[in-house]
Structure formats: structure tokens, C-alpha cells
Write a protein that binds this ligand. Structure first.
Ligand code: ATP
Ligand code: MG
Ligand code: FE
Length: 333
């Protein structure tokens, strides 16, 4: 039995085929990054147009790559939110049309649940579980007592971590999205600027990255006015050190205060080499009984494979959508 999963919440059109025993038979991802780069961010209308062009092709490719026939499918799953409304609607319309034409049930999936379930391709999830979700639009700590149950215990009060990476990268003249490049520069520099670590000691699990972002941007602008040249690598290293220290400290604290068997780090920013290394060191030292799971790099960014894995859980609970399923741009966990 297989699920055909569709993801189109932002700037990746993706279609996957996932078996009931969580094997990823195909995971086709068509990225639009090159089209958005020249605007310095994702342009929603451009994103929708690309999804329309790519979606049926991706569906065809995924079925071919998985080498299965439509009659072997048990259901069609699709991201219902959060994301860009126009982008989501393309995936939802394609999923509805395909499911209706083939007499298959439709499974609505939360994109952020998908990011967490990307970890299930590494190892079966065990509960209770803590997840640090770090992506372009979200930074949150999610506690899970069982499959498909999500309790957000803390979240960012302003910018998401990935958003902060992209905004400070822009000031350094890096191309969008700049998370990966800043990560690489950070490894060539040192933490010499000592940027603020927001909310580090506060008795909650919330985050804030806009102060760090402003501090970074002001530092760069002031230096430019005085025609002082700052070291790009040190700027990147200092920014990254601040982000990682806050993420790691709060996550470890949550793992100590809640009963936790596994820690999942997921979302686009989970691809960060510094974060992956430091959270591993910290968990080994502080909570060695907690098993750390971080998805492989190609499953950290948006992809339909993660949507398919989360979909099997919804399917087993009987959570199906009606034909009037709509996009939910601000859907929460
Ligand atoms: P959301 O999942 O919150 O709806 P999104 O889907 O747009 O948002 P993702 O695709 O999950 O976000 O992640 C993209 C973000 O990850 C971008 O902000 C990008 O800069 C960041 N990112 C990617 N690689 C790295 C890295 N190595 N270091 C830091 N950030 C990274
Ligand atoms: Mg993306
Ligand atoms: Fe995402």
C-alpha cells in the first residue's frame, strides 16, 4: 500500500510516493529558487505560476520513479498549510483532482508536522518526544506524547531563525536564501562581535531573533558609514554563535524538564552544520539518554516525502478531508 504525497506550500513543488512501512520510493523536488533569487525573496505570484507548470510533471515523475501503478495507491496526501495561499491551492487542487478521478481518499497534512516526520526516515519515532522545529517561517519547541499529537511549548515572538539568516545575509550581499552560505562563512570566522543572546535566561521556551538581526544590521551599517571594513566570516560566525547558543540552551532545558525519549531537530535550518554539531555535543554531555534524530540534509528542506510520512499517521487515525478542503495559510500544530 502506498500514499502519493504533494507539497507546494512555498517555493518547492514536490511529489513523493511513500509505502505503509515508511519506505520513500520517490521524492521529486522541483525548486524555484533561481526564479526568486533576483527579487531577494519568494514572490507569491511567481511561486503559484511555477507550481502550476510543475505539478503534473512531478506527479508523473514520482509515479514512474516509484515504479508503481495508480491502482496500488491507498490515498493522496497534500499539505493544507501553513504557507502561501496561492501556492498551497495548486497542490490542493491537483491532489483533489487526482484523488477524485481515481476514487482515492484525500489526507490533509500540516507542513510543520511533515518537517518533524522527516526524522522518521532515520529511525522510528518514539514517545514522549521533543522537537526543535527551525525553518524559514517557524522556530518552535514541540512536545509529542504520541503519534500525531503536538503541544507547542515555546515559539519565536518575532522572526524565525531561518528568516533572520536570510535577512542578515541580504545585508552582506549574499543571494537568497542565505542560510547555507552564512553557515559556510561562519566556519571560517570567529565569534568576535558578541551579539545579544535574547531570552536565554528567561523561564520559558520562547525565542526572539529580531534584536540579534537589528544588532547585526546596525553593526554593518555603522562600519560602512565610517568606512571601516568588517570581516564577513567573523560577522557570520558571531551571528551563528548567537543563534545556536539560544537554540541549543533552550532545547536542552526542555529535554531536562520534560520526560523525553527522543529529540528531533527538523526544518530547513536543521541543515545547519554548526547547529547539528553543537546540539549533538550538548545532548551527549547533558542528557545522554535522549536519542537525537536529525534528518539527512535533503529531507530538512521542503519535500513531499516528509508529508507522506506524516500522512500515514493521519490516515491510521481516519483523518480524511472532504472535497471542500481549503488552504489554511496560518495553520498551527
Ligand atoms: P516553514 O517550513 O516555516 O513554512 P519554509 O518552508 O519556507 O518555512 P524551509 O524550507 O523549511 O522553510 O527552510 C528554509 C530556510 O532554511 C531558509 O530560511 C534558509 O535560509 C534556511 N537554511 C537552509 N540551510 C541552512 C543552513 N545550512 N543554515 C541555516 N539556515 C539554513
Ligand atoms: Mg523553500
Ligand atoms: Fe518548510
Amino acid at each position: 500500500r502506498y500514499i502519493l504525497a504533494i507539497e507546494s506550500s512555498c517555493d518547492e513543488t514536490s511529489v513523493a510516493v511513500v509505502s505503509e512501512d515508511n519506505q520513500l520510493l520517490a521524492n521529486v523536488v522541483a525548486s524555484q529558487i533561481l526564479s526568486h533569487k533576483r527579487f531577494g525573496g519568494v514572490v507569491p505570484e511567481v511561486a503559484s505560476r511555477h507550481h502550476v507548470e510543475q505539478i503534473t510533471l512531478c506527479m508523473k515523475l514520482a509515479l514512474e520513479e516509484a515504479n508503481i501503478t495508480v491502482s496500488e495507491l491507498s490515498a493522496v496526501a497534500v499539505t493544507e498549510g501553513p504557507g502561501l495561499v496561492g501556492a498551497l491551492l495548486i497542490g490542493i487542487s491537483a491532489a483533489k483532482a487526482f484523488a477524485w478521478a481515481n476514487g482515492l481518499p484525500l489526507i490533509p497534512v500540516n507542513h510543520m508536522a511533515g518537517h518533524i516526520y522527516a526524522a522518521s526516515y532515520v529511525k522510528p519515532l518514539e514517545f514522549p518526544l521533543m522537537a526543535l522545529l527551525v525553518s524559514g517561517g517557524h522556530t518552535e519547541l514541540v512536545y509529542m506524547r504520541e503519534h500525531g499529537s503536538y503541544e507547542v511549548i515555546g515559539e519565536t515572538r518575532d522572526d524565525a531563525a531561518g528568516e533572520a539568516y536570510d535577512k542578515v545575509g541580504r545585508v552582506l550581499g549574499l543571494a537568497y536564501p542565505s542560510g547555507k552560505e552564512l553557515d559556510e562563512l561562519a566556519h571560517l570566522g570567529a565569534d568576535t562581535f558578541n551579539f545579544p543572546r535574547a531570552m536565554l535566561r528567561e523561564p520559558n521556551y520562547d525565542f526572539s531573533f529580531s534584536g540579534l538581526k537589528s544588532s547585526f544590521i546596525n553593526t554593518v551599517h555603522n562600519a560602512r558609514q565610517k568606512e571601516v571594513n568588517l570581516d564577513k566570516n567573523d560577522l557570520a560566525a558571531s551571528f551563528q554563535a548567537s543563534v545556536i547558543e539560544v537554540l541549543v540552551t533552550k532545547t536542552l532545558k526542555a529535554c531536562q524538564e520534560y520526560p523525553v525519549k527522543q529529540l528531533v531537530v527538523a526544518g530547513g535550518v536543521a541543515a545547519n552544520k554548526g547547529l547539528r554539531a553543537e546540539i549533538k555535543t550538548a545532548i551527549t554531555e547533558i542528557s545522554p539518554k535522549v536519542e537525537l534524530i536529525v534528518p539527512p540534509l535533503h529531507l530538512c528542506g521542503d519535500n513531499a516525502g516528509m508529508i507522506g510520512a506524516a500522512a500515514w499517521i493521519e490516515f491510521s487515525k481516519g483523518n480524511l478531508a472532504d472535497w471542500d478542503l481549503n488552504a489554511e495559510p496560518s495553520l498551527t500544530l
